[in-house]
Write a protein that binds this ligand. Structure first.
Ligand SMILES: Nc1ncnc2c1ncn2[C@@H]1O[C@H](COP(=O)(O)OP(=O)(O)OP(=O)(O)O)[C@@H](O)[C@H]1O
Length: 573
């Protein structure tokens, strides 16, 4: 995200707000002149109606200008924060899985909520404050220069020193603000981590330990926040001391020059008045600079997140399945999760026809789930090619590729929402008949009709409200509803009782007559019924065939089948 582009998109509103702010400042600066006219009229016994009317008009104009200025700047700020959040949301949803996994969820929240708010203040109110205050400062300095340049030099000397201190403080505020934002996001990440596993925390009696650890992070955020406040609090007094010293110098030196007749008394009075006018905007200017410095730290963090690597959106259309062609092919595929990691897959090659059930078996951590990650293009191979209906998947447009593949993951994630919303997540336009068919295929018809509101029953976070097996079947029904060419089931029958599993297995066999079903098998019953089995060990395809063939020829398969196939779970995600 280019933040200057964000500012440019809202320049009209911002510009109008700043312009009104400048007009308001001009109206404020005019007030002493008109008050002078009023005093003069009273002194010479002239009618005061005109100056009073002018002054009243100026007050009203000043109030209206100030109100409209604040409204426009506030509105521009909200529009900018919306822009930033919309961009961030889009980037995060299209992020590459490997880039996304490097981030902490708490950190993402701090950046999208807190940092964008700070960036809004910096880019709207503080910038506008800086410009309007700067305008007043320039105006005052101009008049003071015209009144007496020598005294302006003396004033600049005192205020200049204070300003230098102010600038140094503003810089220090920025550094402290960066640390504070980091501490705040560490706290958020730690909190989200335990909230995501609250039952495990309780079962492990880790509440006190976690409360203490997270409390320490909250305290670090408090301390760095106090440092930001302390440095910000020094800004105003630094400027005040500068003003007081320059006032003392101007009065002492000015009076001595007035005594000798070198400086008219009215010029000295005007000079002192403008010195007072100068101070408040000067302080505001430095406060705004401090806020902008804080905002810059937030802006850097927002920009950082916005640069997350995203998936490509371009590509060729998905190929039409060709009769006789392989549905999925792996050719010499090697893949590792990191540059230095041992490959999760090494030189894997196989070809699978467009229909039938293929079971993948192998010890825990052998690379079964990784195969699915590559077919979905969540990850890309380091070497070799994966093909769908004969076409290299790296060239196919991602949304088209994924529309052809159904995936039911190990933990069958469901989203907060109704059963219907979860079911139709991949195809929101599904008809009632399609929904009924998918529910029946996943043996969920009775379960759903027993729910208080049927399909419109609300589920909690992660699908709470259904049992583990029901959640898994709902995820299978969701995948079936999209009528994929390839259905990937990652241990999809793991939570099912044997009745449901038998029924689901026959449903899978039935689906296998229409599309390719690739299932990571953890039960012997699945592999016995499969049309073919791939045996993966240490990231290599060591054998393939039917149950009977592999029992005959492969020692690993025999060993796994002897232990009823269920591997110890443990592959990282
Ligand atoms: N996100 C990841 N980052 C780094 N390494 C990973 C990641 N996911 C998996 N791995 C590693 O890759 C290898 C293969 O993992 P994979 O999940 O494919 O195994 P699996 O056969 O599906 O295991 P299981 O049967 O236990 O689910 C393992 O050594 C695992 O530790």
């Amino acid at each position: 995200m280019n933040l200057s582009a964000v500012v440019r998109r809202h320049r009209t509103l911002l510009g109008a707000g700043i312009l009104l702010g400048l007009l308001g400042t001009a109206a404020t600066l005019l007030q002493p002149l008109l008050i002078g006219d009023l005093i003069e009229a009273v002194a010479v016994d002239e009618s005061t109606t005109r100056p009073i009317l002018f002054l009243a008009g100026l007050f009203v104009a000043d109030a209206l200008l100030a109100a409209t200025h604040f409204y426009l700047i506030g509105r521009a700020g909200e529009n900018m924060v919306f822009d930033m959040r919309a961009t961030l949301t889009g980037r995060l949803l299209h992020a590459r899985i490997r880039a996304f996994h490097r981030l902490e969820h708490g950190d993402i929240f701090t950046r999208t909520l807190g940092d964008t708010s700070l960036a809004r203040v910096a880019l709207s109110s503080s910038v506008s404050q800086m410009i309007t205050s700067g305008f007043t400062v320039i105006g005052c300095v101009g008049v003071m220069l015209w009144l007496d340049w020598r005294m302006l030099l003396a004033t600049a000397g005192c205020l200049g020193a204070a300003s230098a201190i102010g600038l140094a403080l503003a810089r220090a505020v920025r550094a402290a603000a960066v640390t504070n934002r980091q501490h705040t996001s560490d706290y958020g990440s730690a909190l989200l981590r335990v909230l995501g596993a609250l039952t495990t925390v309780k079962a492990s009696r880790a509440e006190e330990r976690e409360a203490e650890r997270i409390g320490e992070l909250a305290d670090a955020a408090r301390l760095s926040g106090i440092r930001v406040t302390r440095l910000s609090a020094l800004l105003m007094p630094a400027m005040n001391v500068g003003t007081q010293v320059s006032l003392a110098v101007v009065i002492a030196w000015g009076m001595s020059r007035t005594a000798t007749g070198a400086l008219p008394i009215e010029d000295l009075t005007a000079f002192i008045m403008y010195l007072f006018y100068l101070v408040s905007p000067l302080v505001m200017l430095f406060m705004a600079l401090g806020e902008i410095q804080q905002g810059r730290a937030a802006i850097d963090r927002v920009k950082d997140l916005a640069h997350i690597e995203t998936e490509p959106t371009e590509g060729a259309p998905a190929p039409v399945p060709v009769v006789g062609a392989f549905a999925v092919e792996f050719e010499g595929v090697t893949f590792s999760y990191g540059d230095t990691a041992t490959p999760a897959l090494t030189g894997v090659s196989f070809s699978l026809p467009p229909t039938g059930v293929t079971a993948i078996v192998g010890p825990s951590g052998s690379g079964k789930t990784t195969l699915f990650q590559l077919i979905e293009r969540f990850r890309t191979p380091d070497e070799g090619t994966v093909r769908l209906s004969g076409a290299d998947i790296s060239a196919i447009r991602l949304d088209e590729l994924r529309s052809r593949i159904g995936l039911v993951e190990q933990d069958a994630p469901l989203l907060r929402g109704t059963v219907r919303e979860n079911l139709t997540y991949a195809c929101p336009d599904a008809t009632a008949a399609d929904i009924d068919e998918a529910l029946a295929a996943a043996h969920l018809t009775d379960v759903v009709s027993a729910l208080p509101d049927g399909l419109d029953t609300s589920l909690g976070e992660g699908g709470t409200g259904l049992s583990g097996g029901q959640r898994q079947r709902l995820a299978i029904a969701r995948a079936l509803l999209a009528r994929p060419d390839v259905l990937l089931l990652d241990e999809a029958t793991a939570h099912l009782d044997s009745d449901s599993e038998t029924a689901l297995r026959s449903a899978i066999a039935d689906i296998g007559t229409r599309c390719l079903v690739l299932t990571i098998a953890h039960r012997l019953s699945t592999t016995i019924g499969a049309d073919r089995i791939l045996v993966i060990e240490d990231g290599r395809l060591r054998a393939s065939g039917t149950h009977a063939e592999l029992m005959e020829s492969d020692t690993t398969y025999r060993r796994l089948a002897g232990g009823q196939l269920t591997p110890a779970r443990g592959g990282a995600r």
